[in-house]
Write a new protein. Structure first.
Length: 353
């Protein structure tokens, strides 16, 4: 029996690197050698829980981690068509019958190998060219989240937008907004180094919301408008919350002009301090954005075309041999922007058990 190393949740706040049986593809399956896998906030959420409550009486059980992979096909079943050994691919984590990869399913992508059941190009796999590094290709899944957010916003060329949160999703949304020709995009965050990255990927302006007067900056950049009562407000058309802090929601309510939109893509924290009544004064439209119903491979061609721009989102590339350090960074607030674990030093799969 061939084995492989795989990462799963351990005690609260810790991972375990375990030896497990290497999957063997069935007639309709493909086996990937993972070459890069990103770490997401969802991974750290499961680490804080210490697993997933799927055991008897809701007890915690270990959870295989990783849902942002890029890899290469090393074996295919006899009935698989449109894919071949050697293809470099990105993955739809929601496209397999055994559950969402790395988010409660049977398999996690933070492993040396990953089984893709019922492998089908355009459904759960998409091929990308050799010119794109594996670490950048591993951004495909989070960039699909960001793309769905932008799609939900309906932003057009004449819109003026502010993105709260210069993490991977906020910066990804910034790139997609500019690629679709949106006139002016401001990124707000409290970390200067993240604001520098925002400018590097194409933001028109940035604002440090910890030290700057948000209202004054937005009014200066987007002009002055008014809410439904005629009270002065910045002329910002769309607010995107990629931060998830209650203060962001309230700042939007306080600044929204008549007919503005707020798109929530960040996981929201409960709060009793948000003035929902303030939404009436601007007829603020609230739009929720969850996942990527259609965008998982919609983004791939543009990620390929603009891969050097997207590469700027990666702050840390950590080898799998040091994966504990990678997750330690991810669990430390402000320590990293986007971490991608790389598997470049793996042994080559020989196709035999």
């Amino acid at each position: 029996m061939a084995t492989m190393k795989s990462v799963r949740t351990g005690p609260v706040g810790e991972i375990e690197v375990v030896d497990v049986e290497r999957p063997v593809p069935g007639p309709k399956d493909a086996l990937l050698r993972i070459r890069a896998c990103g770490i997401c906030g969802t991974d750290t959420f499961f680490l804080h829980l210490g697993g997933t409550p799927m055991g008897p009486g809701g007890s915690m059980v270990p959870l295989p981690l990783g849902h942002e992979p890029a890899g290469e096909i090393v074996a295919t079943g006899a009935e698989v068509t449109g894919l071949k050994v050697g293809d470099r691919v990105v993955v739809n984590p929601q496209g397999v019958p055994s559950g969402i990869i790395g988010c409660g399913g049977a398999h996690g992508a933070m492993s040396e190998y990953l089984l893709i059941e019922n492998a089908e190009p355009g459904t759960n796999l998409s091929v990308f060219p050799d010119a794109v590094p594996f670490d950048v290709a591993a951004l495909n899944e989070p960039m699909a989240v960001a793309r769905h957010c932008v799609n939900r916003s309906g932003a057009g060329p004449t819109d003026k937008v502010v993105v709260f949160g210069a993490g991977p999703i906020g910066l990804g949304a910034t790139i997609w907004l500019k690629l679709r020709g949106v006139q002016h995009v401001v990124v707000a965050d409290v970390l200067p180094e993240r604001l520098e990255t925002a400018l590097a990927v194409g933001a028109d302006a940035v604002v440090n919301s910890a030290t700057d007067d948000l209202t004054a900056v937005l009014t200066d950049l987007h002009g002055q408008a008014a809410n439904a009562l005629g009270q002065p407000r910045p002329g910002t058309d769309i607010y995107i919350d990629a931060a998830g802090a209650p203060a962001v929601f309230q700042a939007t309510v306080d600044n929204a002009r008549w007919g503005a939109k707020l798109v929530m893509v960040a996981v929201q924290k409960k709060s009793d301090t948000i003035d929902l009544g303030g939404m009436l004064r601007s007829e603020l439209t609230l739009i929720a954005s969850q996942g990527y119903p259609t965008e998982i491979f919609e983004v791939t061609p543009e990620l390929v075309e603009h891969h050097e721009r997207f590469a700027k989102l990666i702050s840390h590339r950590v080898p799998f041999t040091d994966v504990e350090h990678a997750f330690g960074l991810a669990l430390t607030p402000g320590a990293a922007e986007k971490i991608v674990v790389t598997f470049d030093d793996q042994d080559t799969f020989d196709g035999q058990d």
